[in-house]
Design a protein around this ligand. Structure first.
Ligand code: F6P
Length: 366
């Protein structure tokens, strides 16, 4: 079927580069003579009509995407509530029932004359996109997350921006830690993958890096701090991924709301108290949290986002569907959803970056 109109949406946590993907996809679609629209806030622009009195589907023109390549966030808005596969609906007794609203979305796409979708999001978004494809609706996915944990692409956009900012923060924390002879624990996001902690920790020359893929022994981290102290290095920087877990414990989860993924948190808090108790050194915690998601995309992320957006539209034009664009050996490729959805790409424990870190004297607490 010839495409005349496509929709774009952004789902899940935002990441620097979303706007660059949108601009690139819109330009690529318009110059093919297609019309382009954006769905607001994931799929909520359609699923929650009362919240969008002026329409949850907006036209995307050259004018609407002017000057946004370098801007953080997403002009379409995003959400990690309202997954159409398990949409929470409040019952009269106050409980929630999760219902599948995929057919409703497909009916609306049909009514709006939308022929295909570019779904920009993480693993959850790809699973939703796959449900459309299974019902015969064409979708191409674009992998987004600062966590860099999506299968089928060697890197996601947003990751480089998050790592660059985390590294700058670690650099800044070095001078104050050294001046005060303190231990500073820096917690970074990343969910169940340690990519951000590993890359920023090595680049920022941390003394210890704790990632979910390598459960740590707190005694080994404390020994590192004490050993440094004894050599006259009276400060230490410990970078902790939010998903890090001790050898005898689990990832620290602070909650889960209906229809959402569990929230991780508290990994740094746990460590800072233990290190202070074990070493006797004053220890402070800095949680970078959502700072890693904000701000402008780096040059690398802008270029990757522009490449992904254009590649997604090219793939649709070539008749492809049910695939995610990704990067393999620095080249764009397409991977079927069913080969990537539901799989997480963690840091391989034989990664040369881990080996490099160990050669540099950084401990992982293993
Ligand atoms: O997946 C991106 C991410 O920033 C994770 O690193 C983090 O655990 C999560 O999203 C936080 O989500 P929220 O913005 O809902 O707190």
């Amino acid at each position: 079927m010839a495409i005349r109109k496509i929709a774009l949406n952004t789902g899940g946590g935002d990441a620097p580069g979303l706007n660059a993907v949108i601009r690139s996809a819109v330009h690529s679609a318009l110059h093919r003579g297609w019309e382009c629209v954006g769905i607001r806030d994931g799929y909520n622009g359609i699923l929650e009509p009362d919240e969008y009195p002026h329409n949850g589907i907006i036209p995307l023109t050259h004018q609407s995407v002017r000057g946004i390549t370098h801007l953080g966030g997403t002009i379409l808005g995003t959400t990690n509530r309202g997954n159409p596969l398990n949409f929470p609906v409040r019952q009269s007794d106050g409980t929630y029932l999760e219902i599948n609203r995929v057919d409703e979305l497909l009916t609306r796409f049909h009514d709006e004359g939308i022929d295909a979708l570019v779904a920009i999001g993480g693993d959850g978004s790809l699973k939703i996109a796959n449900a459309f494809v299974e019902k015969g609706f064409p979708v191409v996915g674009v992998p987004k997350t600062i966590d860099n944990d999506i299968f089928g692409t060697e890197v996601t956009f947003g990751f480089d921006s998050a790592v660059s900012f985390a590294t700058e923060c670690i650099d800044r924390l070095h001078s104050t830690a050294e001046s005060h002879h303190r231990v500073i624990v820096v917690e970074v996001m990343g969910r169940y993958a340690g990519w951000i902690a590993l890359h920023a920790g090595v680049a920022g020359t941390a003394d210890a890096i704790l990632i979910p893929e390598i459960p740590y022994s707190i005694d080994k981290i404390a020994a590192k701090v004490i050993e440094r102290d004894e050599r006259g290095r009276h400060f230490s920087i410990i970078v902790v991924a939010e998903g890090a877990k001790p050898v005898d414990g689990e990832t620290s989860i602070i909650g889960k709301s209906i229809g959402q993924a569990e929230r991780l948190g508290g990994a740094g808090e746990r460590i800072v108290h233990q290190i202070e108790a074990l070493t006797g050194k004053e220890s402070r915690l800095v949680v970078l949290g959502h700072l890693l998601r904000g701000g402008a995309p780096t040059t690398f992320d802008r270029l990757l986002s522009l490449r992904f957006g254009a590649a997604a539209v090219r793939s649709l034009a070539d008749g492809m569907s049910g695939v995610m664009v990704g990067l393999e050996a620095s080249q764009i490729h397409c991977v079927p959803f069913n080969e990537v959805a539901g799989k997480m790409r963690g840091v391989p424990t034989n990664s040369d970056i881990i080996l490099t870190a160990k050669d540099l004297g950084i401990t992982f607490g293993d």
